[in-house]
Design a protein around this ligand. Sequence first.
Ligand SMILES: Cc1cc2nc3c(=O)[nH]c(=O)nc-3n(C[C@H](O)[C@H](O)[C@H](O)COP(=O)(O)OP(=O)(O)OC[C@H]3O[C@@H](n4cnc5c(N)ncnc54)[C@H](O)[C@@H]3O)c2cc1C
Length: 152
Amino acid sequence: MKDKEHISLPEAEIIVAGGRGLGDKAGFEKICYGLAGSVGAKVGGSRAAVEAGWIGPKYQVGQTGVTVAPRVYFALGISGAVQHLVGIRGSDTIIAVNNDPNAPIFYECSYGIVGDVFKIVPLLTEQLKKRLTGKNVGLTGQVNSREEISFA
Ligand SMILES: Cc1cc2nc3c(=O)[nH]c(=O)nc-3n(C[C@H](O)[C@H](O)[C@H](O)COP(=O)(O)OP(=O)(O)OC[C@H]3O[C@@H](n4cnc5c(N)ncnc54)[C@H](O)[C@@H]3O)c2cc1C
């Protein structure tokens, strides 16, 4: 079995992806890696995030990036342009956080949270840390049960 570091984005069971809405590289890293660390996820980005230099091109999700099919895909500050959506439609569950209630991502996601990523995601990260502490959830393919990573 591959260890966490060697699992590529298309193989990942949980992905935290950030977009332009994260503002700058520091915001992207704080929000994405903070949440990813608490749920054992890999981090990806929209093309806007890649073009801004916040994450490397091999982590770009979408039409001109990689196609992913995780159990859970977090789209943080990502509008949901069609070129991004084509890369994530194989995801079981898409959870979006965006401060624009009309963002296209809300028409595609399983769960949508309208709000500021910088307020919502730290709260989400804290709650998930509490719920998942001691549980074997992560990228090693050892997620105990689907229910344990159900955020409903
Ligand atoms: C030929 C072609 C190929 C392309 N290939 C890809 C591809 O592979 N992958 C890809 O991703 N794109 C691709 N694109 C680009 C795509 O069209 C979009 O421009 C891109 O996906 C937008 O990235 P984004 O969602 O991060 O940024 P934006 O569209 O700018 O969206 C940012 C979102 O963040 C929200 N936001 C802002 N501040 C906050 C906040 N504080 N809290 C919460 N939300 C906030 C905004 O409401 C907005 O919805 C391609 C385009 C073309 C023409």
